[in-house]
Design a protein around this ligand. Sequence first.
Ligand SMILES: *Cc1c(COP(=O)(O)O)cnc(C)c1O
Length: 428
Amino acid sequence: MDLTKLKRESLCVQAGWQPKNGEARVLPVFQSTTFKYDDTEQMADLFDLKASGYFYTRLQNPTNDAVASKIAALEGGVAGMLTSSGQAANFYAVFNICEAGDHFIATNDIYGGTFNLFGVTLKKLGIECTFIDSECTDEELDAAFRPNTKCVFGETLSNPGCKVFDIERFANAAHKHGVPLIVDNTFATPINCRPFEWGADIVTHSTTKYMDGHATAVGGVIVDSGNFDWEANADKFPGLCEPDPSYHGLAYTKAFGKMAFITKATAQLMRDLGSIQSPQNAFLLNLGLETLHLRMPQHCKNAQAVAEYLENHPKVAWVNYCGLKSNKYYELGQKYVPNGSCGVMAFGLKGTREQAIQFMDSLDMICIVTHVADARTCVLHPASHTHRQLSEEQLKAAGIAPDLIRLSVGIENVQDIIADIEQALEKI
Ligand SMILES: *Cc1c(COP(=O)(O)O)cnc(C)c1O
């Protein structure tokens, strides 16, 4: 089957597991840590990366590989690697490029966990991050680059601010400085946006969100477009271009070409750091992916109706959803997510922070959960929950107003969603 001919909807269902004659039609869970070989030589070749095959699930597992290749096909990339979480995906994506003494640039509106990973934890490893406003001028962006800058990072749709990232502009700036652009495409999913088509080089996801879609399994993935020319800037990327002493002097770019990035992430980072996705979780993720193309349009349709309802409600101060014509990000949304962004929006109520909390506590069908982007409509107050660790100043810098309520619209009947919001608004 030539997957390159299939459209996204078909890839959701058909890509990944390709059974041979007599094998299980449905992707099995390879619940095995180890794989058997007939002689020493075959196993030795696997260890030396001379042959490809399975030997230990920390490095590769057939269930995980099938799911990673489905996501790679959906994004239009050359290869993918599953990770235990979205956090691990973003850590590995950056750490596969940067080492102590390096610097990179990220937009300041990214997910709170990623913001902390980049600003605090990576700093302890000697990697420095400059956070910039995604709406900075071209000059400001240009000025953020340093001689030791190794990559740029942004989110297609920021969590929780719901800003739209100008992928093409940031890709151009990154490439001008000889470094790749990494895009966290969690909220848009490849159904609504494929960042590689706009010049991004590497895509990451928290598969925990829409890809799983049922809130059953925490996971992440990194996909490489295969487009970035590491060798053209070899002095910047010694980890990819120079011999790796832990593989007898093998250089990833020379040995693996377009597969260099994912091979290094797997053979080196996953080998040493070990944040693998369990095959059981990969199996659940695959079930979610099979209906991603059906769920995303429903999330968008429902969210559009809810956003319009909120925008017209007298007790609502503001709504941020790029599907609204009045929205600051409407134009960018039309460019990058013309068929709809996702089910997540941010809004604020007129009144006090206590009233916002009262509103949320009055919801009935809609639950307060830390999670976002699954089948069930849910709500969260970032300043009290996910972003608690940020100071008032950091909250402001991340574009999170203290009154911001994050609403993740699910795939229930939209009249039921609106009715629940309405009765809760009546109580304040
Ligand atoms: C949730 C999320 C993450 C972190 O993913 P986990 O799977 O929770 O580790 C990273 N980026 C974005 C945009 C997210 O929404």
